[in-house]
Design a protein. Structure first.
Length: 492
């Protein structure tokens, strides 16, 4: 949350940053060192592992932490170094779909050193050219299609190496209430922070923000300006501009993008975080300190943002001023999906007094957040349940796959279903969500029974045998995550 402070807890770093990159708490923005100049490159092996970071990148991080106004002028050699490109290649997904070049991870690796040396040489000479992104569409839980970009392999490698270098700088700048696509931060860190804020701060109103077509609306001009706040190496800036201007290949036609960054590339999440860091995070933190009359909390995961307020007047003012600020940066709040709802310990009583029914709910990162009461003492709490559309979409996907696996061996199908159910439980297994977990497991067993019964004309599979299969292959309901207040207490 944004009104907490912390210091870095990484034991390998001698100079601690004000940002807790590995913890779901907010950072302070005060404190600026006097160090100037770029760190000299060290003869250390480079790797993308955060636990064994190379000394050169560590020194960049330390310098960026000490001096928040530092502009780095010599970063490009960290990107085109063959060892950095090799580490980036090894971190890519092996079975990822090829881009417009048709190159796969395995084929590229058959002559890896020669290919990386050639790529490094082209980067160094400025002869590297970014390829257009192949656009595909994947279905969303609500039935709509989400555009996704499939990047060419060499572009993935270079982007991955560049992100590692840029992360050394920006992880010292990003605020604590930003969680999306950052090292040592996850969706459950953001969920824990939101839950803790709703229960420990005076939150009576929740503003559920939705930015219309965020990734397609990012202004290239503003993004470059934001990057130049910290990076003065023109070669790095030109490299990013090459990716932005590469365009999209759709239905065999190349479309030049004047704005937006395609989702799917290694650099896209970082560029989006940089954009919202300047367009939203810094502004929201300053607004809370200078203009808010009561408590304000904020949690952001990429472009999913939830802000809590003590007073409705603060919420209305924040929403109006944010809409004006977003217009400056070519962003727009979705008029239908952006909602201000009464939410908190007094919401049920207030709405009942006005004859408005139960408090409204809001969705965040796969969970519906509900005003509830504890069974033990009747005190106010926040219930988090699997979004119904998400649960039904997953069941529909399993149903379609079972139809394809109808005549597969029971053992093979059982192993696959075990992985599906286990993965679902590992994400949605939060306290007080056991009913939704049980429903998911029951429905999976029912769908499997129906598929097995259709394999033969001899009749339906008896339920006593089906129960044995379910108990053997489907894992029991389990809550994997502790109560957020308990986990946050351990972390902080």
């Amino acid at each position: 949350m944004m009104n907490e402070r912390g210091k870095s807890d990484r034991p390998v770093v001698p100079v601690k940053s004000s940002n807790k990159a590995g913890q779901p708490v907010a950072e302070g923005m005060e404190g600026r060192g006097l160090t100037k100049g770029n760190p000299r490159q060290q003869n250390a092996s480079r790797t993308l592992s955060r636990s064994n970071a190379p000394s050169a990148l560590e020194r960049i991080r330390q310098t960026a932490s000490k001096n928040k106004e530092m502009r780095f002028t010599a970063l490009f050699h960290h990107i085109y170094a063959p060892e950095a490109l090799r580490a980036a290649y090894l971190c890519l997904k092996r079975e990822a779909a090829p881009g417009v070049d048709g190159e796969t991870w395995r084929h590229y690796g058959e002559d890896l050193e020669t290919n990386l040396q050639d790529l490094s040489h082209r980067l160094k000479l400025g002869a590297y050219r970014a390829m257009p992104v192949r656009r595909v569409y994947i279905p969303k839980a609500d039935g709509r299609l989400r555009p996704l970009g499939v990047t060419a392999l060499e572009d993935k490698i270079v982007q991955r190496a560049a992100v590692e270098v840029m992360n050394a700088i920006y992880e010292t700048d990003f605020l604590g209430f930003s969680y999306g696509f950052r090292p040592k931060r996850s969706q459950h860190n953001a969920l824990d922070a939101l839950y803790t804020g709703l229960l420990t701060k005076k939150v009576n109103w929740v503003l559920d923000l939705d930015i219309r077509g965020f990734f397609d609306a990012i202004s290239h001009e503003w993004l470059v300006k934001f990057i130049e706040h910290r990076i003065a190496d023109r070669r790095v800036v030109r490299l990013i501009q090459k990716w932005l201007n590469a365009g999209v290949l759709e239905d065999g036609k190349r479309i030049r993008m004047e704005e937006g960054t395609p989702q799917g590339g290694s650099a896209s999440p970082l560029l989006a975080n940089i954009y919202l860091h300047y367009a939203f995070d810094l502004w929201a933190q300053a607004w809370r300190r200078k203009q808010a009359q009561g408590d304000v909390i904020a949690v952001r995961y990429a472009d999913d943002i939830v802000v809590g307020f003590q007073s409705k007047a603060d919420a209305d003012q924040f929403r109006a001023e944010l809409a004006e600020r977003f217009r400056k940066f070519s962003l727009e709040l979705h008029p239908d999906k952006t909602r201000l709802i009464e939410f908190g310990p007094f919401a049920a009583r207030n709405r009942k007094r006005h004859g408005e029914g139960k408090p409204e709910t809001f969705d965040f990162l796969g969970f519906t957040h509900i005003c509830g009461k504890k069974r033990s003492n009747g005190y106010y709490t926040v219930l988090r349940q699997t979004i119904r559309k998400r649960l039904q979409a997953k069941l529909n996907a399993v149903k379609s796959e079972l139809r394809l696996r109808m005549h597969a061996p029971i053992q093979d199908t059982g192993k696959w279903l075990r992985s599906v159910v286990s993965g679902h439980f590992r994400y949605y297994g939060v306290p007080m969500n056991s009913a939704a977990l049980s429903l998911f497991r029951h429905r999976i067993g029912w769908l499997w029974h129906r598929a097995l019964s259709r394999r033969s004309q001899n009749g339906r599979l008896r339920w006593n045998r089906m129960r044995r299969l379910i108990d053997h292959w489907l894992p029991p309901v389990r809550v994997y995550h502790p109560f957020p207040l308990r986990r946050m207490g351990v972390i902080t």
